[in-house]
Design a protein around this ligand. Structure first.
Ligand code: SF4
Ligand code: SF4
Length: 456
């Protein structure tokens, strides 16, 4: 029987318009701008200066702390500048500007397509490679992967879950890599399983992707028959429900365990990694290939079929360049979103550049984005029914509007995953997510401030 998470959730139209668009390689631009803040944690420290020549895959920045990551040059060329530039959110972030020449890969990187199946048995070697190649979580959080694969003392992984849910409407990049790079993803899973002590491993895919379930299952069966290290891995078909790809929701769906308020997946023995991260782990460990590429979806109802795309991009490519290669921003686009329509962010700066975690350019028309006028809450409770974290959004909205910080914390606003299910469900069109998101930030600052003061 197909499974899903037990609390809340919604069923938006999945709009996977670009699902049949094969991955195409984007041509290189003349210049790339590589951000030093492509991961959760401290921005990386540049180790190159203007005038330096760099090769594709060469380290250009080192981690600046325990939670940080290496950044590599996505191209061959000459460093033009190192300095601040606006990122997607409009923040000034240090970027390395590189003028682009034909690729010459840094030494020791295997750029061939040959599948390397044999799983290394030396966990230190694996973790060192993942760290050295700058691998971070590609499901949205961009947390450094080598850190996530080392549970803290006293904690043990019972289950590694590979997130192939891709529950956000419109996005199809994970779907395409599951069809086109299935074996590499599964080898990546087997590598992470090995590091985590050989725990049970589940690749969770929603039922609206039957072709991905079939291809991944067939590839897994073949690897299990012909190679070592693939036992204990299974593909699990999940009922379609948003936000199935949320870590806590996926753990509930697969393991039937609940992560407590402010808790971590490892508290219940779970490690969750996205399928794209698994592919990056494969490339790092088996090919010594740093994370300088990823796949993004270009889509929207206002685009004709021939202008829907799934592109293999390199980090540092200006979004305006990608939009231009894809045929230009459609005239009817009133809003461009990076990430999915539920949790993504509106783009105000098309000069911003791709980062490791970039996943899409979504075009929405004025009609699709126009907010309906909000009316008074009718106490229908639909927002609470939809909330996958068991919160009461109507109450949080009231407390937030009245600045009642203690009440917000008592009612666990800090657990909100900003999924937008409440906003989607509200018949009174109250901008619940907008209000809750801002108040959540304030409450988290208060909690962190209190913890810091307690440490002194
Ligand atoms: S955005 Fe937050 S409050 Fe709203 S449904 Fe999602 S988790 Fe619940
Ligand atoms: S869904 Fe909207 S109208 Fe219904 S209780 Fe929640 S906030 Fe009020």
């Amino acid at each position: 029987m197909k499974t899903t998470f037990s609390i809340g959730g919604i069923h938006p139209n999945d709009s996977k318009i670009s699902k049949d668009c094969k991955i195409e390689v984007l041509p290189l631009p003349e210049v790339v701008y590589v951000s030093m803040a492509q991961h959760l944690g401290a921005p990386a420290t540049p180790v190159v200066k203007p005038g330096d020549t760099v090769k594709t895959g060469q380290v250009i920045a080192e981690p600046a702390g325990f939670i940080s990551a290496f950044v590599h040059s996505p191209v061959t060329g000459t460093v033009k500048s190192v300095g601040p530039r606006k990122d997607l959110a409009g923040n000034n972030v240090t970027h390395v500007e590189i003028s682009v020449e034909p690729d010459q890969w840094a030494e020791g990187i295997d750029t061939s397509d040959t599948l390397v199946v044999e799983i290394p048995q030396d966990n230190k070697f694996i973790l060192d490679r993942i760290k050295a190649c700058g691998v971070v979580g590609l499901g949205g959080a961009t947390f450094p992967t080598h850190v996530k694969l080392c549970p803290p003392p006293g904690k043990k992984a019972d289950c590694l879950i590979l997130n192939g849910a891709e529950c956000e409407p419109y996005l199809t990049s994970d779907y395409r890599i599951m069809l086109e790079r299935s074996k590499e993803i599964i080898v990546g899973a087997a590598i992470m399983k090995q590091v985590l002590g050989g725990c049970r491993t589940v690749i969770g895919i929603e039922e609206n992707k039957p072709e991905a379930i079939k291809v991944m299952s067939e590839s897994l069966a073949e690897l299990q028959k012909t190679a070592k290290g693939f036992d204990g891995i299974q593909v699990m078909s999940l009922k379609k429900k948003y936000p199935q790809g949320g870590e806590k929701q996926l753990i509930d769906a697969v393991m039937k365990r609940q992560v407590k308020s402010m808790g971590l997946p490892i508290d219940v023995g779970a490690v969750v990694q996205n399928v794209a991260t698994s592919l990056a782990v494969y490339e790092a460990v088996q090919k010594n290939k740093p994370l300088i590429t990823n796949v993004m979806t270009i889509t929207g109802d206002c685009l004709p079929m021939e202008r829907q795309h799934n592109y293999l991009f390199r980090i540092g490519m200006p979004l305006s360049y990608i939009a231009q290669v894809a045929g230009g921003v459609p005239e009817s686009a009133a809003k461009i979103v990076s990430g999915g329509p539920m949790m993504g962010k509106a783009i105000s700066n098309m000069d911003a550049c791709t980062v490791k975690g970039s996943s899409s350019l979504l075009y929405f028309t004025d009609e699709q984005t126009r907010r309906k006028e909000a009316s008074a809450c009718i106490r229908c409770g639909k927002c609470a029914d939809a909330c996958p974290m068991g919160l009461e959004p109507f109450l949080l909205n009231k407390y937030a509007r009245n600045g009642m910080m203690e009440e917000l914390e008592e009612n666990a606003i800090q657990d909100c995953i900003e999924c937008g299910c409440c906003l989607y469900s509200c018949p009174a069109n109250i901008p619940l997510l907008d209000v809750i998101r801002i108040a959540k930030g304030d409450v988290i600052r208060i909690i962190r401030g209190r913890a810091a003061a307690a440490k002194k």
